[in-house]
Design a protein around this ligand. Structure first.
Ligand SMILES: Cc1ncc(COP(=O)(O)O)c(C=O)c1O
Length: 385
């Protein structure tokens, strides 16, 4: 079996991730920080580990600014819905995932915000000057995907950060769902106010984990998203207003966070450079292999220097779901077909409404697997289904 669906969620995870989750489930099990007994103290240590490891990975000095969430969608909704107010304007790109577009469209429909979607080329490239031109006196947020989940195209996030930082009262967020763990991210270098990450993709954590970095001072203008038990200031009927408790309430996914901490430790021990070099090599090999197959159309940059390990294709004469079904059933290759929750990207690429077949690789994929996938597609183009 070949798993080429890492852009949806990474698999397999490092062995240490399974071990950490097993340790929590069998030997800890308690609610972090609520009860004060040994098991709960150990659970709290696990949560702190996950918070500190993710803060360290993204150059965040004060780890309480790393809010632990349940996925990237959760992080993006928290940021968008707590920051934006009536009359605000938002700038985003045509390659965003629905987890950005839908909350923004929702606020637009409620007549709360105005939205500008900056066009991209069909390969997914964005011109930072177009972002600059879109900023208005009432712009409150510029939010940008770090790399496309459809074509892998890497966005000019540093250049856009430079532009946004020149405007007072305009905040900058990146959706690093496809890059956190595989492209180095430093919140200061990119001049980020908000950084949304999932734990379950390139960070190697399990599903049900994620994070949101909240820049200094933002907690003063962003109200809490949900209120409830935090284990702190329990005598108070109103929700605490200090970090991270202001944005975290209810029982955490502590078993998941044990896995997330182990996933990040794996990245730090292995080195992001080594991980990204391996994925770069696989991407280069896949692009070259696919270019040789007549009947396969590739989308996006087709250049491993300009994209992550995500490649979208179609096969002449077949719908994307027919190709995905064939790869799964006949060849044992797992991919993702359709619109990948990015309908505007597909409109831009000219691949709506059928979408594409997305081949997405991770650190644990091999050169042999890339060869196997190319051979399977070559067979399909020659023999049909
Ligand atoms: C670019 C991008 N943003 C956001 C998300 C949402 O992530 P999650 O599933 O963790 O909510 C995804 C998921 O595929 C994505 O690719």
């Amino acid at each position: 079996m070949v798993y080429f669906d890492n852009a949806a969620t990474s698999w397999p995870k490092p062995e240490t991730v399974y071990k950490a989750m097993d340790y929590f489930s069998r030997q800890v099990g308690a609610n972090p920080g609520r009860s004060g007994h040994k098991m709960s103290v150990e659970a709290e240590r696990i949560v702190l580990n996950a918070r500190e490891a993710s803060a360290e990975l993204f150059g965040i000095e004060d780890s309480s600014r790393m809010i632990l969430t349940f996925n990237a969608t959760d992080s993006l909704n928290l940021a968008i819905k707590c920051l934006l107010r009536k009359g605000d304007h938002v700038v985003t790109s045509a390659f965003e995932h629905n987890s950005v577009i839908r909350p923004l469209r929702h606020l637009e429909q409620l007549d709360i915000i105005e939205l500008t979607i900056v066009p991209c080329t069909k390969e997914g490239f964005l011109n930072p000057a177009d972002v600059k031109k879109s900023i208005r006196p009432n712009t409150k947020l510029v939010t940008l995907i770090h790399a496309s989940n459809v074509t892998g195209t890497i966005m000019p996030v540093e250049e856009v950060g430079e532009i946004v930082s020149k405007y007072d009262g305009v905040y900058y967020m990146i959706d690093a769902a496809q890059t956190a763990g595989v492209i180095p991210i430093d919140v200061k270098q990119y001049k980020l106010d908000l950084l949304a990450v999932p734990g379950h993709k390139c960070l190697f954590g399990p599903q049900g984990t994620g994070g949101l970095y909240i820049g200094e001072g933002l907690e003063d203008i962003m109200p809490s998203f949900k209120e409830g038990g935090t284990g702190s200031l329990s005598e108070q009927e109103v929700h605490p207003d200090f970090l991270p408790d202001k944005y975290e309430s209810g029982t955490k996914n502590t078993g998941g966070l044990a896995g997330l901490a182990a996933g990040i430790e794996f990245i730090m021990e292995t080195g992001i450079d080594k991980i990204s070099k391996h994925e770069h090599e696989l991407t280069e090999q896949l692009i070259k292999g696919l270019q040789k197959i007549e009947g396969v159309t590739m989308y996006g940059p087709q250049d491993a220097d300009k994209q992550t390990a995500v490649v979208s294709i179609n096969v002449d004469g077949l719908r994307s779901n027919e190709v995905g079904y064939y790869l799964d059933q006949q060849q044992g290759i797992m991919t993702r077909v359709g619109l990948h929750c990015a309908p505007i990207a597909h409109k831009t690429m000219g691949t709506s409404p059928d979408g594409t077949v997305r081949l997405s690789m991770g650190y644990f994929n091999t050169a042999e697997e890339v060869d196997y996938v190319c051979k399977a597609l070559s067979t399909l183009t020659k023999n049909g289904i």
